[in-house]
Design a protein around this ligand. Structure first.
Ligand code: PMV
Length: 310
């Protein structure tokens, strides 16, 4: 029987970058867009083979030592098995280098598929640890938030090296995710913030602390269902991210367009410099904000809802 495993995209609602320095962050899965890994145990091959396909199902050429192969090797090492003689096929709807957790989702899907093929049951905690190791390939010093929200596929209040905490959410959060269309590697943005942090000890640690304070307030606003407050906190979080130099003219244009069109709040999401921004909307503002984002140059817009906790 063909094995098919998958993992979702994610967005960070609050606290990216500051989370690297021990502050909390809030992230939610986006289950409608996913990375998928397929293994047909009956397909014959005499070596481990990875094939990747784009959204139109056209093959993506891969060099021999591609990172997907490295991820598979790391998975097998963690499971204590040899690289099996299989064809591993990968498909993903998640744009790469855009702040939606593509790397962690692909890695989680690969690890799930290989462990299912090898009949090695993996707990979420173990899977999370393996995906975290592969995240280091893309990020250098990842906080662990991407792998955690993607593996557990539920909203998380995340603090580095602490057990995951869930979020209480009183009201549905409607979010538009808009892509600048500009890929931006997280590793560079994280490295630049580290440089600032080390060279401006009077200023930058304060900004990081202020972001942490926003995240704690956002957790309370989600708990009480105060969307107006939550939106205002998103706007302030974006301003702090600008101070950390991780926004860009394109992100600022989309954030401003969303705010002017009536979004409750808007900010970049993820590593920044490009990639995606998010806007908090409601039934009354959703269409206007969608149109404004598209007119301001968004290349792709996704609507997602974070459901209330039961
Ligand atoms: O670009 P993304 O979505 O992978 O975001 C990474 C989030 C950062 O806080 C910027 C880095 C990290 O490791 O937490």
């Amino acid at each position: 029987m063909v094995i098919q495993e998958s993992a979702p995209a994610k967005i960070i609602l609050f606290g990216e970058h500051a989370v690297v320095y021990g502050q909390p962050a809030i992230a939610v899965p986006v289950s409608s867009i996913r990375a998928r890994a397929t293994i047909d145990p009956d397909a014959s091959t005499d070596a481990f083979t990875v094939r990747a396909f784009d959204v139109r199902n056209a093959p993506i050429p891969l060099p021999e030592d591609n990172p997907l192969r490295t991820m598979a090797k790391m998975t097998c090492a963690a499971l204590g098995i040899d690289l099996p003689k299989i064809v591993l096929e990968l498909r993903s709807d998640i744009p790469i280098a855009s702040g939606l957790g593509s790397g962690a989702a692909i890695s989680a899907a690969i690890t799930r598929a290989i462990s299912a093929f090898a009949s090695c049951a993996l707990s979420d905690a173990r899977l999370n640890a393996i995906v975290y190791e592969t995240e280091k390939i893309h990020h250098g010093t990842p906080s662990g938030i991407d792998n955690t929200v993607i593996v557990y596929e539920r909203p998380v209040y995340f603090v580095r090296e602490q057990p995951i905490q869930t979020i209480e959410n009183e009201r549905p959060l409607q979010i538009l995710i808009a892509d600048t269309g500009i890929p931006a590697p997280t590793k560079e943005a994280v490295g630049d913030v580290r440089y600032l942090y080390d060279h401006h000890p009077q200023r930058i640690p304060q900004v990081i602390d202020a972001i942490g304070h926003i995240v704690r307030q956002a957790r309370e606003a989600m708990k009480s269902g105060d969307l107006i407050r939550l939106g205002a906190l998103m706007n302030t979080n974006h301003e702090y991210l600008k101070t950390l130099t991780v926004s860009s003219p394109e992100l600022d244009r989309l954030v401003q367009a969303a705010q002017q069109a009536g979004a409750l709040g808007a900010k970049l999401s993820g590593g920044g410099r490009g990639g995606n921004m998010i806007a908090l909307v409601d039934d009354a503002t959703r269409n206007n904000v969608h149109q404004a984002l598209s007119e301001a140059g968004a290349t792709h817009i996704i609507h997602t809802t974070v459901e209330p906790t039961q």
